[in-house]
Ligand binder design. Structure first.
Ligand code: NAP
Length: 310
């Protein structure tokens, strides 16, 4: 299937372009980006122009930051094309519902991707937890914003999510592996005095069967980077690390993929399935947890953030 890629920035270049090139399902037929392009692929700077000129392209994958995504997605659906959305699927829950409704009405596929759910050991963790009685679950997601998000001003602007941009990946795993739905009861948000979004967050969740569920997200972590979820059950302890690439049960380790390894190929396989069957996959639970944390979180002003030396 011919596909167009929109927003040629960090994740498009790191993952989408090589994964599409390596897939037998997909043919990268056009890009839309105001500055970026992919060598050998027809490049547009305007979405409407691409949709009009390339009626042969039936699928569009949107790799923009969340705030501009809705307009691009709605324009794509109105032009009768299927849509694949980078995470988070939009800036607000309501706009995601509007996109899903528009896709349903038009008989098109729409896919809210959550790449971390496709990390190597997530499916195994889900199976292991399915029949266990959970006592506690702790998320520790600590990374260095300067290392992973260089030059990305949008993450500090309204709708940019701040530390929840990676944190939502952890929550996409948690909502996948836990058999029961959780919701936010308390949140503490560290917001740099010159930014609109948090650089750190501590969250407590309600679990319907009484387990203690909590998360710590921090973007100020230098040195070793931590992307871990630990679940203590009545029948042992499971730890997912490296963002879900490695699983440890009571000290026995499985999985040797690099972080992100295999995730994007599985997203594009899933999109191919959805398009061939006319399916919709819009699970908004990770986004609901983040927007709730932002809604009820207590804000603490912390030191201003500057990417480089002042
Ligand atoms: P990015 O490099 O900052 O942005 C991607 C591209 O989007 C930019 O190069 C820009 O291309 C376009 N863009 C930016 N602002 C725009 C606007 N206001 N209107 C229209 N186009 C705009 O960001 P990214 O890191 O690739 O992240 C994009 C999405 O992927 C985010 O939702 C993020 O959460 C997700 N993601 C990122 C990573 C990662 O490692 N970075 C990993 C997984 C998922 P032009 O200027 O050429 O138009």
């Amino acid at each position: 299937m011919k596909i167009a890629l929109v927003g040629i920035g960090k994740i498009a270049v790191d993952q989408h372009v090589p994964v599409i090139a390596g897939s037998s399902d997909w043919d990268l037929a056009a890009t839309v980006s105001r500055h970026g392009a992919v060598e050998g692929v027809e490049a547009f700077t305007d979405m409407g122009a691409m949709l009009e000129a390339r009626s042969d392209i039936r699928v569009v994958s949107l790799c923009l930051p969340p705030v501009p995504r809705f307009d691009y997605a709605m324009q794509t659906l109105k032009a009768g094309r299927h849509v694949m959305l980078e995470k988070p699927p939009g800036a607000t829950i309501a706009e995601c519902h509007a996109l899903e409704a528009a896709a349903r009405e038009a008989g098109l596929s729409i896919y809210a991707t959550w790449h971390s759910r496709h990390a190597d050991m997530v499916a195994a963790a889900k199976v292991w937890l399915a029949e266990k009685v959970l006592r506690s679950l702790t998320v520790t997601w600590k990374e260095d914003v300067r290392r992973w998000h260089p030059g990305q001003a949008w993450i500090w602007e309204p709708g940019g999510l701040g530390v929840f941009d990676p944190g939502i990946n952890a929550l996409s795993i948690v909502t996948e592996i836990l058999p029961d739905d959780i919701h936010v009861t308390h949140a503490e948000l560290d917001v740099p005095e010159n930014c609109q979004t948090p650089i750190g967050a501590r969250i407590a969740f309600h679990h319907p069967k009484g387990a203690q569920v909590s998360a710590v997200f921090d973007w100020r972590q230098e040195g070793d980077q931590t992307w871990e979820i630990e679940a203590v059950t009545e029948a042992g302890t499971l730890k997912l690390s490296d963002g879900g690439a490695v699983m440890e049960v009571d000290g026995t380790r499985t999985g040797d993929a690099a972080p992100l390894g295999g995730e994007y190929p599985r997203l594009y396989d899933r999109m191919a399935q959805l398009v061939s069957k006319g399916g919709i996959d819009m699970d908004l639970r990770p986004m609901t947890l983040v927007t709730d944390a932002l809604a009820i979180g207590r804000r603490h002003a912390v030191a201003a953030f500057f990417e480089g030396p002042q």
